[in-house]
Design a protein around this ligand. Structure first.
Ligand code: FES
Length: 272
């Protein structure tokens, strides 16, 4: 049955049983706007993140550290909190050592996959718009088959979230006259917002939802997992929004730390 369906199924515009169109689409609206904006935003983020990863300066002003440089695995980060694991140089900066994890997490994200397949690869660029490729192999071959390791990047992402949340809590502790005091600065709120957005992005992940409620035959026998699954499902509904907002959040948090550490403006703060 399946074989006969496969044999007789139309295979695209112009195939038997399908409309013969000389044009790529009959759509008259601005269908190209969304993929264009997606390309522009993602390229802007990549350009900014690449520059900052090699900038290797202005990423720490006590008690704030940029999310691009945390956790810092090189002693070149001192006086920022760090673990001396790797020597760093102009190319292998502390940001480069950790880049693979957040990058891999975003790159293999189910939502971002949809976004960049449609916008960069135009596969397809929009509904009812023919794609320029003659062949479709899905995610069955290299390099796209690698996207299946998303779940492992999700686990790594959780570790990063814990570290960045810890950074946000450290941002309540200000050193003054040789003593540590509790305080709140604008930077504290910026780091806290960034950590919150990253948690929302991670917890709304499709893999997270599957981890919570997947492979169960009876929710009634797993009430705790069912509760978590219900909660994550609600977040999952907004995953696209969290994906974009948290991306901006990371970049803006880094920008804030850059500007205050470079002395462009003072961080407004209240210290007890
Ligand atoms: S699906 Fe987007 S982070 Fe997992």
């Amino acid at each position: 049955m399946t074989a006969s369906l496969e044999r007789t199924a139309p295979e695209g515009t112009g195939a038997p049983g399908r409309a013969r169109l000389d044009t790529r689409t009959l759509r008259t609206d601005r269908w190209w706007l969304q993929p264009l904006v997606t390309v522009a935003v993602l390229l802007s983020f990549i350009a900014y993140a690449t520059f900052r990863a090699f900038h290797n300066t202005y990423y720490f002003l006590d008690p704030y550290i940029s999310p691009f440089y945390s956790p810092c695995l090189s002693d070149s980060c001192a006086p920022a909190p760090h673990i001396s694991l790797f020597p760093s140089n102009a190319f292998f900066t502390p940001a480069i050592f950790i880049l693979v994890f957040p990058l891999g997490f975003r790159l293999t994200c189910y939502y971002y996959r949809k976004a960049y397949y449609r916008s960069f690869w135009m596969s397809p660029p929009a509904c009812a718009v023919a794609e320029p490729h003659g062949k479709y192999t899905g995610e069955t071959r290299l390099p796209l088959v690698g996207n299946n390791i998303h779940r492992y990047f999700f686990y790594a992402g959780l570790v990063f979230n814990v570290i960045l949340t810890y950074d946000a809590f450290l941002a309540f502790r200000f050193e003054e006259d040789g003593a540590h005091r509790f305080g709140v600065g604008l930077g504290t709120l910026v780091l806290l917002t960034n950590a919150t957005l990253l948690w929302l992005y991670s917890l709304s992940c499709h893999s997270c939802r599957h981890i919570m409620g997947g492979r169960l035959n009876h929710f009634s026998k797993h009430p705790v997992r069912y509760r978590f699954w219900t909660f994550v499902s609600k977040l999952n509904h907004h995953h696209m929004k969290f994906a974009w907002v948290s991306l901006f959040g990371v970049a803006l948090t880094d920008l804030y730390v850059w500007l205050v550490s470079a002395g462009v403006f003072d961080d407004p703060r209240w210290i007890s």
